[in-house]
Design a protein around this ligand. Structure first.
Ligand SMILES: NC(=O)c1ccc[n+]([C@@H]2O[C@H](COP(=O)([O-])OP(=O)(O)OC[C@H]3O[C@@H](n4cnc5c(N)ncnc54)[C@H](OP(=O)(O)O)[C@@H]3O)[C@@H](O)[C@H]2O)c1
Length: 283
């Protein structure tokens, strides 16, 4: 695998979950990777994992909702490896499951500031470097609700609709620039985001069905990371504006068939338990 030889990739939220899976996949394909997240200890752990795998990787702590920190991330990537070819706006948060009016305003705003403002800042830093160089891949992460609103997950779903529209507009504005701008929905991915969930008090039980959904359809990060690799590679050259999703018919039916086969062969069900934290409703 050398699809990304001589490429430099920045992955925000690359310190765990899907972002780390993407960073590992890019590094295994020959890229030098720069990862970022808010927690220094998680960043250190992720860098150790990457270096143990033989990756060329560096990282810096960065909160994507802070413009100065995102600009510093861009400078750090260039100082470390000389250029930026690929930028993945992967860092994301979800709010507690529950009614919008009961969600604490600072919690709602955290999601907006990370999922919307963070993608905006990341896109500006990436494009202001890539457009003059006449090449690059910008990949913005979508998620549940990116086509329509989802009740009780309003902050998250509304943020992803915004990312979809924002990315489409960016791609149209920059057609023929040599930079390819994509949106990417990785489907359901087995990460902290879906295992360590929060609910507004009284809404905890409504999260129970998520355990079944995880059993049927959650993929490990390395599965969507392969699609993210395709988007970052020369295979996607000229496909500016493409929106890719892992959630297709094959995945849906495949999950049902796998689970049916597990039952027929009497294999134990995988552990899909959730860690649910209650958040008190804002009055
Ligand atoms: N998991 C799924 O099923 C799923 C489905 C569709 C889309 N997605 C999207 O995929 C992306 C990754 O999700 P995931 O499941 O891997 O989430 P995750 O396991 O919760 O990891 C999130 C990553 O983002 C970082 N992060 C969060 N807020 C940040 C901020 N303000 N600034 C910088 N880094 C920040 C986290 O590190 P720190 O906490 O240390 O900052 C961590 O590295 C998100 O955009 C999500 O919406 C996920």
């Amino acid at each position: 695998m050398n699809e990304l030889n001589n490429k430099v990739a920045v992955v925000t939220g690359g310190t765990r979950g899907l972002g780390l899976g993407i960073a590992e996949t890019y590094a295994a394909a020959g890229a030098k990777v720069v990862i970022a997240g808010r927690s220094q200890s998680t960043l250190d752990r992720a860098l150790k994992t990457l270096h143990d795998q033989g990756a060329v990787a560096a990282g810096i702590s960065c909160d994507v909702s802070d413009l100065e920190q995102v600009e510093a991330l861009g400078r750090y990537a260039i100082e470390s490896y000389g250029k930026i070819d690929i930028w993945v706006n992967n860092a994301g948060l979800s709010a507690p499951f529950g009614p919008t009016v009961s969600t604490p305003i600072p919690t709602f705003m955290n999601v907006i500031n990370t999922n919307i403002i963070g993608v905006y800042y990341g896109s500006m830093v990436a494009l202001r470097h890539m457009l003059p160089q006449g090449s690059g891949k910008l990949i913005n992460l979508l998620g549940r609700g990116d086509k329509k609103g989802v009740p009780f997950q309003n902050a998250y779903s509304a943020s992803k609709v915004w990312v979809r529209n924002f990315t489409t507009s960016l791609a149209k504005e920059n057609k023929d620039s040599g930079v390819d701008i994509f949106s990417f929905n990785p489907g359901l991915v087995d990460t902290d985001m879906i295992r360590q969930v929060e609910a507004i008090n009284g809404y905890e039980k409504r999260l129970k069905p998520l355990e079944t959904v995880i059993r049927l359809w959650a993929n490990p990060p390395e599965v969507p990371a392969q699609k993210a690799l395709w988007l970052a590679s020369s295979a996607s050259d000229g496909k500016n504006g493409l929106s890719v999703t892992v959630l297709d018919f094959k995945t849906t039916v495949g999950g049902l068939l796998r689970d049916a086969w597990r039952r027929i062969t009497r294999q134990p069900a995988p552990d899909t338990s959730l860690d649910i934290t209650t958040v008190m409703a804002e009055k």
